[in-house]
Design a protein around this ligand. Sequence first.
Ligand code: FES
Length: 109
Amino acid sequence: MSAFVRVCRTAEIPPGHAARVDIDAIPVAIFNVGGEFFALDDTCSHAMASLSEGELDLGRCAVECPLHGSQFDLRSGAPLSLPAVDGVGVHAVEVRDDELWVALSPPPG
Ligand code: FES
């Protein structure tokens, strides 16, 4: 895991919303589910789509890809529905005071 970097203030991503940030030139999607934050690779594993632009499914703690509709579990990055069959990377998130910090996980393989 890389070092934690500050990405934004928590208030900048209200509950039920997402934002895309670039960390070391890697696009990362950050989601706020009822005050709990999750960070995933922003680029869908199926094709070129930005998961931060997808619709949150708060009940499943998942995001739906805006291009073909695969859902991804925000906790594990695993695909929950087709057409995606590969997961996306999940990154560590810490809330320090009112700021969000993210540490990138190494890419798989
Ligand atoms: S690009 Fe995400 S499901 Fe196809």
